[in-house]
Design a protein around this ligand. Structure first.
Ligand code: HEC
Ligand SMILES: [Cu+2]
Length: 375
C-alpha cells in the first residue's frame, strides 16, 4: 500500500473515531427527554437540525452540479475565458430571501419555548445550592418559609409536576444541568436563578455541573430521582423519621455506634449537621469557602455521596463500606480538593485510627434508612 493510501486510511480512522465519540452518550443524554421542558428543547433541536440537514444537502448538491457542469474540458482553449459577470439579481435575492424565511420560521418556534421554559410551574419549590464541588437541595414541604429537608447530590422529585428550582451558588459560578429534565441554568453567587424541571416517569436521571468551577469540577455530579407521588410522600416521611431518629435516639452506650458518635462530635460536627436542625446547616463553617458541608442526617437515604462520585450502595444492595470508610479516612485522596482546606473534607488519615474509622462508619450507618428508589 502506498503512502497516500495509508494516509487516507489514517484520516478515515480518525474521522470514524470522532464520530463514534460523539455517539457515546453515556449517562448524560439530551436526546432522551422525559419531561415537558426537555421535550420542548428536544423538539426545537430536531426541527433546526433537520432544517440544517436540508440546507446542507441542497448546498452540497449545487456545488457538485456546478463543479461537474462547468468544469474545463480538455478541448477548451485555456486563454478563452467564459463571459465575466458581476452580480446576478435573481441569485442574490434567492439566497437572501430563503435564509430570511427559514430564520423567521425558527424564531416563531423558538420564542414561545424560551418564554415557556422561563415561567413558573405549579409544583413544589426546591432551593438548589452549588458549591465546590457538590450540590445541596433544600425543601420547604409545608411551605412555612422554613426548610424541612436538606439533602445533597440526590435531587428527589415527584413525577408529573413542574418542579420550581431556585438556583444559588455559595462560592463561584456553577451551572446546573440534568439533560433529560431541562436545559442548563447557571448558578451565580449573589443571584437567584429560577428554573424548573419535570419528569413524566419514575427513574434516575444524571446531571452535572457544566460551568468549569475549579479542581474537582468534573466530580461535581448529581442525580435526579423521580418518584411516583406516593413514593415521594414515603421519601418525605422517611426524611422526617431520620431527623427524629438523629435528634432523639442516642446509640446504646458501649457500642461502636456510640464511640463513633463521640468521634463525630470531636472531628466532624464543626462542618456537618446531623441533628435535623437544618437552620444550622446554613450557619456555615468559617473555614470553608462555601460555608457549607453536606447535611448528613439522612446519609443512608441517598444513592451516592461526594458529589455523586461514589455509590452509597453496591449493586447487591449492601452498603459500600470500603469507599465510605476510605472517604472518611482521606477524602482529598478520593476527590481532589484545595490543599488549604477551604473546600471539601480534611484528610483524617493521620488523625483517626483503624478502630476510630470502624466506629465512625458504624455511626454513619445509623443515619437514615436506605433510599426510596423509582419503581
Ligand atoms: C472542614 C469541614 C469538614 C470536616 C471537619 C468534615 N467534613 Fe465531611 N465533608 C465536608 C465537605 C465540604 C464535604 C463535601 C465534599 C464533596 O462532596 O466534595 C464532606 C462530605 C462528607 C461526606 C459525604 C456526604 C455526601 O452526602 O456527599 C461524608 C460521609 C462526610 N463528609 C463525613 C465526615 C466525617 C465522618 C467527618 C469527621 C471525621 C467529616 N466529614 C469531617 C466537610 C467536612
Ligand atoms: Cu461547579
Amino acid at each position: 500500500m502506498g503512502g497516500f493510501a495509508r494516509r487516507w486510511r489514517l484520516v478515515a480512522l480518525a474521522l470514524l473515531g470522532l464520530i463514534a465519540a460523539g455517539c457515546a452518550t453515556g449517562r448524560l443524554d439530551a436526546t432522551k427527554p422525559v419531561g415537558e421542558n426537555a421535550q420542548q428543547i428536544d423538539g426545537l433541536m430536531r426541527l433546526s437540525g433537520w432544517m440544517a440537514v436540508g440546507v446542507g444537502i441542497l448546498v452540497a448538491a449545487a456545488v457538485v452540479t456546478i463543479i461537474v457542469k462547468f468544469r474545463a474540458k480538455p478541448t477548451d482553449d485555456p486563454d478563452d475565458l467564459p463571459p465575466q459577470i458581476h452580480g446576478n439579481r435573481k441569485a442574490e435575492l434567492t439566497w437572501t430571501i430563503i435564509p430570511t424565511i427559514l430564520l423567521i420560521f425558527l424564531t416563531v418556534y423558538t420564542l414561545p419555548t424560551v418564554f415557556a421554559l422561563a415561567s413558573q410551574g405549579d409544583g413544589i419549590t426546591i432551593k438548589v445550592e452549588g458549591q465546590q464541588w457538590w450540590w445541596q437541595f433544600s425543601y420547604d414541604i409545608d411551605e412555612d418559609g422554613q426548610y424541612d429537608i436538606v439533602t445533597a447530590n440526590d435531587l428527589v422529585i415527584p413525577t408529573g409536576e413542574e418542579i420550581n428550582l431556585e438556583i444559588h451558588s455559595n462560592d463561584v459560578i456553577h451551572s446546573f444541568w440534568i439533560p433529560q429534565l431541562n436545559g442548563k441554568k447557571d448558578a451565580v453567587p449573589g443571584r437567584v436563578h429560577d428554573w424548573r424541571i419535570s419528569s413524566n416517569e419514575p427513574g434516575i436521571f444524571y446531571g452535572e455541573c457544566v460551568e468549569f468551577c475549579g479542581l474537582s469540577h468534573a466530580n461535581m455530579q448529581m442525580r435526579a430521582i423521580a418518584l411516583d407521588p406516593d413514593d415521594f410522600d414515603r421519601w418525605v416521611q422517611q426524611q422526617y423519621d431520620g431527623q427524629t431518629q438523629a435528634r432523639d435516639v442516642a446509640p446504646a452506650e458501649g457500642t461502636p455506634e456510640a464511640a463513633g458518635a463521640t468521634l463525630f462530635e470531636t472531628h466532624c460536627i464543626s462542618c456537618h449537621v446531623v441533628d435535623g436542625a437544618y437552620e444550622s446547616a446554613a450557619g456555615g463553617n468559617a473555614n470553608l469557602l462555601s460555608g457549607l458541608a453536606p447535611n448528613l442526617t439522612n446519609l443512608m437515604g441517598r444513592t451516592a455521596f461526594a458529589g455523586a462520585l461514589y455509590d452509597t450502595y453496591l449493586p447487591d444492595g449492601s452498603l459500600n463500606i470500603a469507599e465510605l470508610r476510605e472517604w472518611v479516612r482521606n477524602a482529598p485522596n478520593m476527590k481532589p480538593a484545595r490543599a488549604d482546606n477551604q473546600q471539601g473534607m480534611l484528610d483524617f488519615s493521620e488523625v483517626l485510627t483503624d478502630q476510630d474509622l470502624d466506629n465512625l462508619v458504624a455511626f454513619l450507618k445509623t443515619l437514615g434508612s436506605p433510599p426510596v428508589l423509582p419503581q
